[in-house]
Design a protein around this ligand. Structure first.
Ligand code: NAD
Ligand code: DAU
Length: 381
């Protein structure tokens, strides 16, 4: 089935996945939590383009990281519904699951930024642990009422950060690497992973867990490294590189993450866990150099050029994990998934997107956002 292009914008022209459509077992009814956030909004676009007959209900609390405009292209799709609400609100979750006859939960909602978890961990425990527990319990109740269909899915979207930090020569994380979370963020995600695992083990509820590396691409809130650097280059502002800039991350284009989640939803047996990664390990400073060079090439009116002049080394993040790397052999060999984008092609698409979507990111640079930045730099030791 060819992908449906919903709006003639850069996103749908250039971001449409080239993965083949997987035959579905009939229309699904999805609850996508955190659907106004970065990855889940891309997932909603991906899913509706590929499965326009499926019901897609988004539940999102619209925290600072949630942005309704990221869903503008699907707002009027007949099978789409947006619900403003919190995953910790059990009566709301119960009624949504029941009235929408949800058979598939794609659970993305989370507090997701490590720096914010250092400043204020409580919200991370509440949303990531209590919120996930609330969803699991509510889904279990409905799933049991409906006769425990094993074709249902509760997809718990998690992170490679639960595995901790690697040394320079350590092998990449596999699905059996012991958990060793180091930040309040990763500890709260680890707790939620354990709950999702336990619901399969104890109740045989069909949960699947994915642990993905760093994503980048359209609709990424400008507190994370790549969008922050893109926007600061466009504004001629300093590019803050933490510590010595030698920390390593494994980058995956967000639409590749979405296609991985699609194959997991369609093909993964209940109870399984899959690592997802782009096989793109890069030191932060090298990535920032790449972004500067791309901006110099693609942006006509930069206030400061060459933009590498803007790089500023700042105090390190407390407890900063040195290196993440994903071994994605399992999802490749068992489910046949591989990423479509290289770091070069994905970064180019991303830079082009930030260049042409100023109307999306400009309103996010609010006074609250500026105050947050003052706090980050004031509290780093
Ligand atoms: P994000 O911060 O961009 O978006 C989170 C969304 O969740 C927002 O729309 C927010 O409004 C919503 N939300 C927060 N608390 C909520 C609550 N209590 N109830 C309902 N909605 C709530 O996050 P992201 O970067 O897109 O990450 C999505 C998921 O993927 C997270 O679970 C994260 O741990 C995981 N993940 C992220 C990355 C990455 O590189 N960003 C990598 C691997 C895994
Ligand atoms: O690995 C997956 C994780 O990737 C996800 O689970 C998280 O939700 C997501 O936020 C991301 O976590 P990181 O902490 O790796 O991403 P961040 O973009 O915050 O930082 C990437 C690297 O860049 C990290 O080593 C810190 C560094 N950094 C970050 C910022 C914001 C800087 O040097 N300067 C910065 O201003």
């Amino acid at each position: 089935m060819p992908a449906t292009v919903l709006t003639p914008n850069l996103l749908t022209q250039t971001m449409t996945s080239s993965q083949p459509t997987i035959p579905s077992r009939g229309p699904r009814r999805l609850l996508v939590t955190g659907g106004a956030g970065f990855i889940a909004s891309n997932f909603v676009h991906h899913w509706i383009e590929r499965y326009p007959g499926d019901r897609v209900v988004v539940l999102d609390a619209l925290t600072y990281a949630g942005n309704r405009s990221s869903l503008a292209a699907v707002e009027h799709h007949p099978n789409f519904r947006f619900v403003h609400g919190n995953i910790c609100d059990r009566p709301l979750v119960d009624s949504l699951l029941e009235e929408e006859m949800i058979d598939t939960v794609a659970h993305f909602a989370a507090e997701s930024h490590v720096d914010r978890s250092i400043l204020g961990p409580a919200a991370f425990v509440q949303t990531n642990v209590v919120g996930t527990f609330t969803l699991l319990e509510a889904f279990r109740q409905q799933w049991e009422k409906r006769g425990k269909p094993m074709s249902d899915r509760f997809l718990h979207v998690s992170t490679d950060e639960v595995y901790g930090s690697l040394g320079p020569d350590d092998p990449a994380f596999t699905e059996t690497t012991p958990y060793a979370p180091n930040s309040p963020y990763s500890a709260s995600k680890a707790g939620s992973d354990h709950l999702a695992r336990a619901y399969f083990h104890t109740y045989h509820m069909p949960t699947v867990i994915t642990n993905c590396s760093n994503n980048y691409g359209p609709f990424h809130f400008p507190e994370k490294l790549i969008p922050l650097m893109c926007i600061n280059i466009l504004l001629g502002k300093p590019l803050p590189v933490y510590g010595d800039g030698q920390n390593v991350r494994d980058w995956l284009f967000v639409r590749d993450h979405c296609s991985a989640l699609e194959v997991v939803l369609h093909k993964a047996p209940p109870g399984e866990t899959y690592n997802i990664g782009g096989n793109n390990e890069v030191k932060n400073i090298d990535l920032v150099h790449q972004l500067c060079d791309l901006m110099d090439e693609l942006a006509p009116d930069l206030p400061v050029r060459p933009s590498r002049q803007l790089i500023t080394f700042v105090k390190d993040r407390p407890g900063h994990d040195r290196r993440y790397a994903i071994n994605a052999t399992k999802i490749r060999t068992e489910l046949g998934w591989t990423p479509s984008e290289t770091l070069e092609t994905g970064l180019r698409k991303t830079v082009e997107w930030y260049l042409t979507h100023r109307h999306w990111w400009q309103p996010l640079l609010s006074s609250e956002y500026q105050a947050y930045y003052q706090q980050v730099y004031a509290t780093t030791p």
